[in-house]
Design a protein around this ligand. Structure first.
Ligand code: ADP
Ligand code: MG
Length: 373
C-alpha cells in the first residue's frame, strides 16, 4: 500500500535527516514511526504527502510513485492529524472538519452531514459542538476534532504526527483507546509518529524504530520487545521490557469474568455467608441492571444490616479495552488491590487483581523466551 525505497532527505543546510530508509506498510495496518527526538520521524512522514520534498529514493502509494501524483490530490487524499496546533481558530468545529470536503466542492449540506457523522464517530455530541470554535474546547476535545478532520473526505491513508502528544496521560490513554476503536471500524492505513515506546507498543501493528535518520528495526511490537536487533533497540526498549509487555495485553483478555457480586439491598448476613462459601474477602456491588456501584469488605459486614449501609462507593474503573499497564497504574495510584472493569454503560464486566497481572507478566516473559529460542 505504501512503500518507501531508499528514501533520503538532506535539508538545504546539509542536515542528513533521513538516510536510505526502506519499508512497506500493508493496507489497513497501523505503522508507528518511533524513535528519539530528531531521528527523522516527522521528515519521513512529510515526504509521503510531499509536504517536504524528497532528496532521493522513491515512495509508492498503491504502486504509484508519489512524484507522479498531483500534489493537491495527494494532500486531499491523505488525512493528516498533528498535535494541538492543527485547527483553524477562526473556523467552527464543523468548518474545520469539513476542510477537505469543502476543497473537494461538496455541497454545504453534505459537508455539515459529514461533520456531524465524524463528530459522533469521535465520541462528541454533534449538536453541542459543531458550531463552537476551537478556543471553546478542552485539549482532549480539540484533539478529537483534529482526528475527525483528518478523516474528513474518508481518505484511505492517515498520517498522524504525535497526535496525542500534548494531552495528559489519562485522557491520552482514552484517546488512544477511542482511536483504536475507530480504526477497527474504518480500517485505514495509518502512519503514526510517536517518541513514546508505550504508545507505540499499544497502537502499532508494526513499529519502525529510527535512529539518527536510519531505520534500525521494523517489526511487530512483540518482536521489537523480545527480539531486539541490536544494542540501540535493547536500550531503547529498556531493561523493564516485562513491564512494557503489559502494554501488549488488554484487560478483556485476562480479567476475571463474572466475579461474585452483591446487590445494595442484600442482607449483610446472607452476603457474608456467600463470601465464606466463595472464600473471598470482598465483593463488588452492582445495581439490578448490572451497573457497578462499589464494593464491600468481609470485615465490614459483620454486625451490619444491609450491604447498602457499609458499601464503599465506586471510585475508579477501567474499560475492557484498557491495556494492563494502565490498569496497573490505576491500581497503584489509588491503592487498590482490585480494579472493576466496566463497559461504556457502566455495566460490570470483570475484575482485574494483582494476581491476574502477575500471571500475565509471567506469560509475557514466557512468550519472550519462546520467541528468543
Ligand atoms: P523527529 O520528528 O524524529 O523529531 P525531524 O524529522 O523533525 O525529527 O528532524 C530530523 C532532523 O532534521 C533533526 O536533526 C532536525 O533538526 C533536522 N531538521 C528538521 N527540519 C529541518 C529543516 N527545515 N532544516 C534543517 N534541518 C531540519
Ligand atoms: Mg517530529
Amino acid at each position: 500500500m505504501i512503500r518507501l525505497e531508499n528514501v533520503t532527505k538532506i535539508y538545504p543546510d546539509g542536515t542528513k535527516a533521513v538516510k536510505e530508509v526502506s519499508f512497506e506498510i500493508a493496507e489497513g495496518e497501523l505503522c508507528v514511526l518511533l524513535g528519539p527526538s530528531g531521528c527523522g520521524k516527522t521528515t519521513t512522514m512529510k515526504m509521503i504527502n510531499r509536504i517536504i520534498p524528497i532528496t532521493s529514493g522513491k515512495i509508492y502509494i498503491n504502486g504509484v510513485d508519489n512524484m507522479q501524483i498531483n500534489e493537491n490530490d495527494l494532500r486531499r487524499d491523505i488525512g493528516y492529524a498533528i498535535q494541538e496546533i492543527g485547527l483553524f481558530p477562526h473556523m467552527t468545529v464543523g468548518q474545520n472538519i469539513a476542510t477537505v470536503p469543502a476543497l473537494k466542492g461538496w455541497s454545504k449540506a453534505r459537508q455539515r452531514a459529514r461533520a456531524e457523522e465524524l463528530l459522533e464517530l469521535v465520541g462528541m455530541d454533534s449538536g453541542k459542538f459543531i458550531d463552537k470554535y476551537p478556543s471553546e474546547l478542552s485539549g482532549g476535545q480539540r484533539q478529537r476534532v483534529g482526528v475527525a478532520r483528518s478523516l474528513g473526505a474518508d481518505p484511505p491513508i492517515l498520517l498522524m504526527d504525535e497526535p496525542f502528544g500534548a494531552i495528559d496521560p489519562i485522557n491520552r490513554a482514552r484517546l488512544q483507546d477511542e482511536f483504536l476503536g475507530i480504526q477497527q471500524k474504518i480500517t485505514k492505513t495509518v502512519i503514526f509518529v510517536t517518541h513514546d515506546i508505550y504508545e507505540a507498543i499499544k497502537m502499532g501493528d508494526k513499529i519502525a524504530l529510527m535512529q539518527k535518520g536510519e531505520l534500525v528495526q521494523y517489526d511487530t511490537p512483540a518482536d521489537l520487545l523480545y527480539n531486539p536487533k541490536n544494542e540501540f533497540v535493547e536500550d531503547f526498549v529498556g531493561a523493564d521490557r516485562a513491564l512494557k509487555g503489559l502494554q501488549l495485553i488488554r484487560v478483556r483478555e485476562v480479567m476475571v469474568r463474572s466475579p461474585l457480586t452483591a446487590k445494595a439491598e442484600d442482607k449483610a448476613h446472607e452476603v457474608l455467608a456467600r463470601m465464606e462459601q466463595g472464600e473471598v474477602d470482598w465483593l463488588t456491588v452492582v445495581s439490578e441492571d448490572g451497573k457497578y456501584l462499589g464494593w464491600v469488605e468481609k470485615a465490614d459486614l459483620a454486625g451490619a444490616d444491609s450491604v447498602k449501609a457499609i458499601m464503599k462507593p465506586a471510585t475508579v474503573t477501567a474499560p475492557v479495552g484498557a491495556v494492563l499497564n494502565e490498569a496497573l497504574s490505576l491500581m497503584l495510584g489509588h491503592g487498590l488491590r482490585n480494579l472493576a472493569i466496566v463497559n461504556d454503560d457502566g455495566i460490570l464486566r470483570g475484575i482485574v487483581s494483582f494476581e491476574v497481572i502477575q500471571r500475565a507478566l509471567t506469560d509475557v516473559a514466557q512468550r519472550g523466551l519462546t520467541s528468543e529460542a
